[in-house]
Design a protein around this ligand. Structure first.
Ligand SMILES: [Zn+2]
Length: 294
């Protein structure tokens, strides 16, 4: 025995030391494990906080964008056409404004024939909505829109909705964005920017989209007029109750620059008649329902 020269007292001391060392080792290990657990927990908590924060941030952004409405897709996909009217070169070229008063007509008109434009803003209107193609649509147009999209698909024409129903708050945001764009692109005062913005984007309350009966298809770029989808809509949309709303030749009456992507649901019977007479909705209503020749 290596300890045989040691006294029992010494042996006890060694034994005690060993036990103390074992205890210290055990405590040290426990400390390492506890630290590990605390670190892991801390990291987990940190990631959870970051995720929660991101979620809250994106929720906040969404709320700001949509003012309580789930129209995120519209905001993301919706582009404002930057037409010539919105540029500085066109500074002296004022756009036309619709000026016929339809307020009496709108009081009793069926939803699909309500006129909404600069002279006839929409007041307190909240349509019953249904999702079509992922977009909120006035329920009275939903089935016809579904049929149009399905028939186009079967004929190998790719048509989709980029913008349908908008709340007035959403329209306000689009209008404010355009004013900002005008201020950054030559407009010197807020009034000037607002005037120019009105040529491109309807002011809140003055957009047909707030009816849930107006639809922008595929692309809000002038190049859309060259696409097969545009031609198909021109030739077929009326069969499903939709009328092209803003042709260049109608600008003096509609007060809106040409928008070949923008269609309005007016009901099948009306859209077929409108297609035949080739007149804007305003003239069609004046001539057929109010008996005034425009
Ligand atoms: Zn539109």
């Amino acid at each position: 025995m290596i300890y045989k020269h040691l006294k029992i007292k010494d042996l006890n001391k060694i034994q005690e030391k060993r036990l103390a060392m074992r205890k210290a080792r055990k405590t040290f290990m426990l400390l390492i494990i506890a630290t590990g657990i605390v670190i892991c927990f801390g990291i987990g908590l940190f990631y959870f906080y970051i995720k929660l924060n991101n979620n809250e941030q994106s929720k906040k952004n969404e709320d700001t964008k949509n003012i309580g409405e789930n129209i995120k897709n519209d905001i993301v996909t919706e582009k404002i056409p930057k037409t010539k009217a919105a540029t500085t070169e066109n500074l002296n070229n004022d756009c036309e404004f619709a000026n016929t008063d339809f307020s009496e007509w709108n009081k009793t008109a069926p939803e699909e024939l309500i006129i909404v434009n600069q002279a006839n803003p929409l007041i307190n209107f909240s349509p019953k909505l249904k999702l079509v193609n992922g977009k909120k649509t006035n329920i009275i147009a939903a089935e016809c829109l579904e049929n149009l999209l399905e028939d186009a698909r079967q004929q190998k024409i790719n048509i989709w909705v980029v913008s349908a129903y908008r709340t007035q708050e959403h329209q306000k945001k689009l209008f404010e964005n355009q004013i900002k764009y005008e201020l950054e692109n030559g407009a010197k005062t807020r009034d000037e920017a607002e005037k120019k913005a009105r040529c491109v984007v309807a002011a809140p309350g003055q957009s047909e989209h707030e009816l849930g009966l107006a639809f922008d298809f595929n692309s809000v770029e002038s190049s859309f007029s060259l696409e097969p989808a545009c031609k198909w809509l021109e030739n077929n949309a009326h069969k499903y109750g939709f009328s092209e709303r803003y042709k260049s030749s109608w600008e003096k009456i509609t007060g809106v620059k040409p928008e070949p992507w923008h269609y309005r649901y007016v009901g099948i019977e009306n859209s077929k008649k409108i297609k035949k007479v080739d007149k804007p909705l305003e003239s069609y209503i004046l001539e057929n329902f109010i008996n005034i020749t425009h």
